[in-house]
Design a protein around this ligand. Structure first.
Ligand code: DX5
Length: 227
C-alpha cells in the first residue's frame, strides 16, 4: 500500500501577529496537518517557536501538529513539544549522536518519531533506524529560512530512500516528506522521486487565487506526478 499524498503548510511564513487566524485559514483551505519549524539559533542561524506559542495555537485547529526540531538538543526539548500538542516530532540525524535512543524516547511519550536529513547527509545515516520512525524528512533546502530555492539534486536521494524503504518492506509505514522550495514547479519532481508528504511554506502564499486554490493546485500536481 502506498501512503497518501499530504499537503502540509510550514507555519514559518505566516503572520505571527495573527497566528490563530492564519492557522484557521490554512485549516479551512484544506491542508492535511501543520508543521512548526522549531529553530534554536544554534543548529540553524534562526530562532522561532517555543512550545508555549504552539500550545497557544493548538485550540485554533483540530488537525495534527508536527514539530520539525532544528535544534542542537532534541532530547532536552522533545517532551515540551509533545506537551504543547505536537503528535509527531522530527529530529535531525545530524544533532543525534544516539538517534536510536532519541527516537525511542519520542515514541515512549506517545508521539510519532521522525528523522530529518540535511542536504549533505546520506540516506544510509538513517538506514538502521527506519524501523523506529513513521517518516523520513529529506530537506530540499539548507534549513533555517523559508523562501529558498529547491535543491533539485536531492531527487536522486529521495529515490534512493524510497527504494531502501521498499527493500525493507516498510512502504506502508514510513512516509517520505520533503521540505524547502516546494511549489507548483517543483512538487512534481519531488513526488516522482518518491516523496508523499509535501511541506509548502512561501509557495502557498504566492498564489494570487488564495490559499484554498493553492492547496488544491499543489495536491492536484502531486497526484498527477504519482500517476
Ligand atoms: C527551512 C524551513 C523551510 C520552510 C518551508 O528550515 O523548514 O523549508 O519550512 O519553506 P518554503 O516552502 O518557503 O521554502
Amino acid at each position: 500500500m502506498t501512503l497518501p499524498i499530504q499537503i502540509v503548510p510550514s507555519v514559518l511564513p505566516c503572520d505571527f501577529a495573527r497566528l490563530g487566524a492564519e492557522i484557521e485559514a490554512l485549516d479551512a483551505a484544506g491542508v492535511d496537518y501543520f508543521q512548526w519549524d522549531v529553530m534554536d539559533g544554534q543548529f540553524v542561524p534562526n530562532l522561532t517557536f517555543g512550545p508555549d506559542i504552539i500550545a497557544a495555537a493548538r485550540k485554533h485547529t483540530k488537525k495534527p501538529f508536527e514539530a520539525h526540531l532544528m535544534v542542537l538538543t532534541p532530547d532536552v526539548l522533545a517532551a515540551r513539544y509533545v506537551e504543547a500538542g505536537c503528535s509527531r516530532l522530527i529530529v535531525h540525524v545530524e544533532a543525534c549522536p544516539h538517534l536510536h535512543r532519541t527516537l525511542g524516547n519520542i515514541s515512549s511519550m506517545g508521539a510519532n518519531a521522525a528523522v530529518a536529513l540535511n542536504p549533505h547527509t546520506p540516506v544510509d545515516e538513517v538506514e538502521h533506524a527506519l524501523d523506529l520512525v513513521d517518516m523520513v524528512l529529506v530537506m530540499t533546502v539548507n534549513p533555517g529560512f523559508g523562501g529558498q530555492s529547491y535543491i533539485a539534486s536531492m531527487e536522486p536521494k529521495i529515490a534512493e530512500l524510497r527504494s531502501l524503504i521498499e527493500r525493507r518492506g516498510l512502504s506502508d509505514r514510513v512516509n517520505i516528506e520533503v521540505d524547502g522550495g516546494i511549489g507548483p514547479t517543483t512538487i512534481a519532481g519531488a513526488v516522482a522521486a518518491g516523496a508523499n508528504v509535501l511541506i509548502a511554506g512561501s509557495a502557498l502564499f504566492r498564489y494570487g487565487e488564495g490559499l484554498e486554490f493553492a492547496v488544491s493546485d499543489l495536491r492536484a500536481k502531486a497526484l498527477a506526478a504519482r500517476g
